[in-house]
Design a binder for this molecule. Structure first.
Ligand SMILES: Nc1ncnc2c1ncn2[C@@H]1O[C@H](COP(=O)(O)OP(=O)(O)OP(=O)(O)O)[C@@H](O)[C@H]1O
Ligand SMILES: [Mg+2]
Length: 486
């Protein structure tokens, strides 16, 4: 048996508490019975003494004639079976006694005599009497306010003590027996209640990264354990999901890096096959450089995301004037739009919309979104950027607003008239490496990490990002960032 096990501890507690209860109950039972038996014996003695006392108030000679027994029978029609009677005169001298006391006297204690002298009765138990334990009542008979005689009545306590002894034996045997049965029952109950725990640990031990799809069986009965199992199962599901994501991510990342490497290798091999002119070498090297740039972009993005995941990436936050950052980014990308014959428009947004954030990351966010707009819009189309603000309930006095309830939001919308995104893909475009049309996106130099980075940046600024899009008509990306409280 494992003494540290929950099963053992539960059983011990159960038996201990039951033991305390049973012992308390038995003691109470024994003491109550003892008291009531003694009281009933005393009451009988008392009423008997009263009877004799009144009778013996008549001249003592009535008794002195012969035996008390006969007199009692003659006068009171009373047979004092099992009772011992002894009459003493006021000085304590022993007078007549009942037949059963022919050869012995009832013992009389000093205390009883003293009490009798004061007119008070005394009950005593005497165990030295040869006929067994006795309960003795020493009862003064008063005449004209003084003690005339003392009547002693006694009865054997054998029956009372017998009954008490029997009860004692029954209790001494049955309480440990009950505890023994309870400990076996307790063990059984504890085992039954804890069986699912064994099952949980067995299944949990079997679950490794290879079989994260396994779940612990949930019992039909809804209790604490079933809730625990559900919680564990949810945890395993989360582990499973993130493990699958990691697996997917690793395989996507290696695949993504493998393509430019293969191209690079092919180009170099072709170039080395024979002697080339310097121009041809230059062209090959230029093309190589493109692939290398591409790879280093992917590696940089991956590094950024993995740092973001592990929380290593620290944002250097400051007040940012969004209008200023946007104009800057648009200025930088307008060349790209021009080349593609696209209208890169910007609404006349108000100045003075501030957020508290990392300016480099916010720039990166806008570049990614506008670049996507340009990339996925056909020539002749447009990409429109709008900035607006939405004051919160405490709008005018932001200084009184706590950090977690912003004074409002800045809303940036990047809309285009491009190819659009099908409904089923809209959720997934923020996933790492997800591209709607791999070939097309690759052609444009995309690896599918841009929007994952955007989502991370927005979340790191306690904001939200979402997309609305109709295939063939265009897409609109909305970013909502909490306004700076100052
Ligand atoms: N404005 C848009 N219109 C249509 N499709 C878009 C738009 N923006 C993104 N997408 C789709 O979502 C996919 C994911 O975008 P994301 O920016 O993450 O990757 P990417 O642009 O392909 O590559 P990267 O940004 O890493 O260079 C894109 O491949 C494209 O299919
Ligand atoms: Mg992109």
């Amino acid at each position: 048996m494992n003494f540290r096990s929950l099963r053992f501890k539960l059983t011990v507690w159960y038996v201990f508490i039951l033991g305390v209860l049973l012992i308390a109950f038995s003691t109470f039972l024994y003491l109550t019975l003892e008291k009531s038996l003694y009281r009933s014996a005393d009451n009988k003695l008392r009423s008997f003494a009263d009877l004799i006392g009144s009778e013996s108030a008549s001249p003592l000679s009535k008794f002195s004639l012969g035996s008390i027994d006969k007199t009692l029978e003659a006068t009171l029609n009373l047979k004092p079976v099992g009772k011992f009677i002894q009459v003493l005169d006021e000085s304590g001298k022993i007078g007549p006694r009942s037949d059963n006391l022919r050869n012995v006297q009832l013992p009389i204690s000093l205390t009883a005599l003293k009490n009798a002298a004061k007119g008070q009765p005394t009950f005593e138990t005497n165990r030295s009497f040869e006929g067994g334990p006795l309960r003795i009542l020493t009862f003064p008979v008063m005449e004209d306010d003084r003690v005339a005689r003392i009547v002693q009545v006694a009865s054997s306590l054998e029956d009372v003590e017998d009954a008490l002894n029997k009860l004692f034996i029954i209790l001494v045997v049955s309480v440990p027996l009950a505890l023994l049965v309870a400990s076996v029952g307790g063990q059984f109950l504890a085992s039954k209640a804890l069986r699912p725990v064994d099952e949980i640990s067995q299944t949990a031990r079997m679950i490794t990264f290879e079989n994260l799809n396994q779940r612990i069986r949930v019992p039909k009965v809804r209790d604490e354990l079933s809730r625990l199992i559900e919680t564990l199962n949810e945890m395993i599901s989360r582990l499973d999901r993130s493990f699958q994501q990691t697996k997917q991510f690793t395989s996507d990342a290696s695949h993504e890096l493998k393509t430019p490497l293969t191209i690079l290798k092919g180009e170099v091999e072709v170039a080395l096959r024979k002697e080339r002119t310097p121009l041809e070498y230059e062209q090959t090297l230029k093309s190589n450089l493109e692939e290398i740039d591409r790879m280093s972009q992917i590696v940089n993005d991956l590094l950024l995301l993995s740092k973001a995941d592990s929380g290593e990436l620290r944002l250097t936050k400051q007040e940012i004037n969004l209008g200023e950052v946007l104009s800057n980014v648009i200025g930088q990308l307008s060349r790209l739009a021009q080349v593609k014959n696209l209208h890169l428009e910007t609404s006349n947004h108000q100045d003075g919309i501030y957020v508290f954030g990392d300016v480099l990351r916010i720039r990166e966010l806008f570049v990614n979104l506008i670049e996507n707009g340009i990339k996925y819009t056909e020539p002749g189309g447009f990409v429109r950027v709008t900035l607006s603000e939405e004051k919160g309930p405490h709008g005018e006095s932001p200084s009184t607003v706590a950090q977690d309830s912003p004074s409002g939001f800045a809303t940036i919308v990047v809309a285009d008239s491009g190819i659009g995104i099908a409904k089923e893909d809209q959720e997934r475009i923020f996933d790492r490496f997800f591209r709607v049309d791999k070939a097309r996106s690759r052609e444009q130099g995309g690896s599918g990490l841009g929007l994952s980075i955007c989502r991370w940046i927005v979340e790191a600024h306690q904001g939200e990002i979402w997309v609305e899009s109709t295939p063939g008509t265009g897409s609109s990306f909305t970013v909502r960032l909490p306004l700076s409280p100052h």
